[in-house]
Design a protein around this ligand. Structure first.
Ligand SMILES: [Zn+2]
Length: 137
């Protein structure tokens, strides 16, 4: 009985900590707009911001078809001039076209398969096409 209570107490403490971290993460969320530049940079009205992110996200921001587009990026500020873009599953990357916010996706015509980072289709190995669209799936 004593051990059971201890483990419950410990679990409650851990849950409390995780909740706190979650709150911080939400408060730290930042949305930036600007033109994507070569070299993992976003040219915002207040100056260039250095971008980081996970591998699929870096694949998108290094795609020559995406560089030069007006983008909206959601992530966490890293100091005053850097942004860590949210993980690819958080849908943190948008292209702005004619005032519309579009998801950055990639499409294989042959297999009708959608992916979210550039590269070969995992099915037929053909290069996927950039497909900016209002729906994510
Ligand atoms: Zn394919």
């Amino acid at each position: 009985m004593y051990q059971y209570n201890e483990s419950v107490k410990r679990r409650n403490l851990l849950t409390g900590l995780l909740t706190t971290v979650g709150t911080w993460a939400r408060e730290a969320e930042t949305t930036l707009r600007g033109r994507l530049l070569q070299g993992d940079l976003l040219n915002t009205p207040t100056g260039p911001v250095k971008l980081t992110g996970d591998e699929p996200t870096l694949g998108v921001i290094r795609d020559p078809r995406v560089i030069g587009l007006e983008m909206e990026l959601v992530g966490e500020a890293r100091g005053t001039d850097a942004l860590e873009i949210g993980a690819i599953h958080k849908k943190a990357l948008y292209a702005i076209k004619s005032g519309r916010r579009l998801f950055v996706t990639y499409w294989c015509d042959i297999c009708s398969i959608r992916t979210y980072t550039p590269g070969q289709c995992w099915c037929c190995q053909e290069q996927t096409k950039l497909d900016l669209r209002e729906r994510y799936d």
